[in-house]
Design a protein around this ligand. Structure first.
Ligand SMILES: Nc1ncnc2c1ncn2[C@@H]1O[C@H](COP(=O)(O)OP(=O)(O)OP(=O)(O)O)[C@@H](O)[C@H]1O
Ligand SMILES: [Mg+2]
Length: 364
């Protein structure tokens, strides 16, 4: 991995009794780093601390090795893009974009040169003299991006920049923003509470909860090897079950989930009688056509009723009703005819597929 550009070291921030940041330490290099978490988990607070709009109670912010904790925002070399764009309604596109340069007292030729550079980068040619109300949502978002980038910052912070765009436009802008990051070669810190967006766009990501970092790392690592119940339930399309460990058998625990037996690998902190959270991503489950029952060696195999099939093209979501009145969602290649509604089918998954933790009430 390349060198660290931005460092957060032991950041704390309280608002009255609310702990908005609690011992946050992150190193970010020239990458797209996603900060993901539910509403109120402290994502915006973290960006505001990096930008200098908020002072931490404790801890330091370093950019390229330099301590900027006590520098005002305009001396930090940081660009920011917000969810609601925050464009000045009575300024033109061009005036909006060069505003940060004006605040920095840059001369006309510098303003012109950087404006030309950035308006080409984000494809805003020809819109210079328009006012915000004459722009589409996507164009407004590009103006906000251009304004964040115009002073060639060493870090760009983006706070839910696509939340106000419709799905099609969001997909397009996700790819564009990734392209800008690669072209500019600076760290982008991208805040979102949309897990799909974070998984699509980022190199690495951190999951925040109640002002703390739950887990930080490569996105594949977080997706496939969550370390807490919260992360396991937050990422992906996940079936959440809870049950009691009844037995240990052949390196596996056997969990009783309302009368259905589930298998998972044994871990040191497991004990018979313990209540565990058992998370299973829907795509890790296989559905078997009626009459076919897989070998249960090293697998959990359950019978159920195929209540509905939601065809999605490349795959389908199968809703399976179980004898314990619970339901499991299976995402698999759509090989089973929708006409088989209410047929009895088997579903199965390898023992290693689930993520299991002692129950701690940490469900998302
Ligand atoms: N200036 C402030 N004064 C008091 N409380 C604040 C202030 N700013 C943030 N908070 C509180 O700190 C916590 C974290 O807020 P923050 O805005 O960082 O959350 P967030 O993760 O960005 O949420 P969202 O996804 O809704 O934008 C919340 O409980 C919030 O109410
Ligand atoms: Mg926020």
């Amino acid at each position: 991995m390349s060198e660290t550009i931005l460092q957060l070291q032991g950041i704390y921030k309280n608002f009255g009794s609310v702990e908005a940041a609690k011992n946050i330490s992150i190193n970010v290099s020239k990458e797209l780093f996603a900060l993901l978490g539910p509403s109120g988990s402290g994502k915006t607070t973290m960006l505001r601390i990096i930008a200098g709009l908020e002072t931490p109670d404790k801890g330091r912010v370093l950019i390229n090795g330099r301590d900027v904790t006590n520098l005002p925002p305009y001396k930090r070399g940081i660009g920011m893009v917000f969810q609601d764009f925050l464009l000045f309604p009575h300024k033109t596109v061009k005036e909006n974009i060069v505003f940060p340069l004006k605040m920095q007292g840059k001369d006309e030729s510098t303003k012109e040169e950087q404006y030309q550079w950035v308006s080409q980068l984000v494809h805003l040619e020809g819109l210079d003299e328009r006012f915000p109300y004459q722009l589409s949502g996507g164009q407004k978002q590009r103006v906000a991006l251009a304004r964040g980038l115009v002073s060639r910052p060493s870090v760009l912070l983006l706070d839910e920049p696509l939340a106000n765009l419709d799905r099609e436009l969001r997909k397009e802008m996700e790819i564009e923003i990734r392209r800008f990051q690669l072209e500019l070669g600076i760290p982008f810190i991208y805040v979102t509470h949309n897990q799909e967006e974070a998984l699509t766009m980022s190199d690495r990501m951190a999951i925040m909860r109640l002002g703390q970092l739950e887990q930080i790392g490569d996105k594949f690592e977080l997706y496939h090897h969550p370390q807490t119940s919260f992360v396991a339930s937050f990422l992906g399309s996940t079936n959440a079950m809870q049950g009691e460990i009844k037995a240990v058998d052949n390196g596996c625990i056997v969990v009783d989930w309302d009368g259905v037996s589930l298998r998972a690998p044994y871990k040191d902190d497991f004990k018979i009688g313990m209540t565990v959270d058992y998370f299973l991503k829907s795509e890790k489950i296989t559905i078997h056509p009626p009459g076919q029952k897989p070998d249960d060696h090293g697998r959990t195999v359950i019978e159920g009723r195929l209540r509905d099939t939601i065809f999605k093209g490349q795959y389908a979501d199968y809703l399976i009703s179980l004898k314990n009145d619970n339901e499991i969602i299976v995402s698999d290649v759509p090989t089973i005819s929708p006409a088989l509604r209410n047929a009895t089918v088997s579903i199965s998954w390898p023992s290693e597929a689930p993520d299991v933790f002692p129950a701690d009430g940490g469900l998302a």
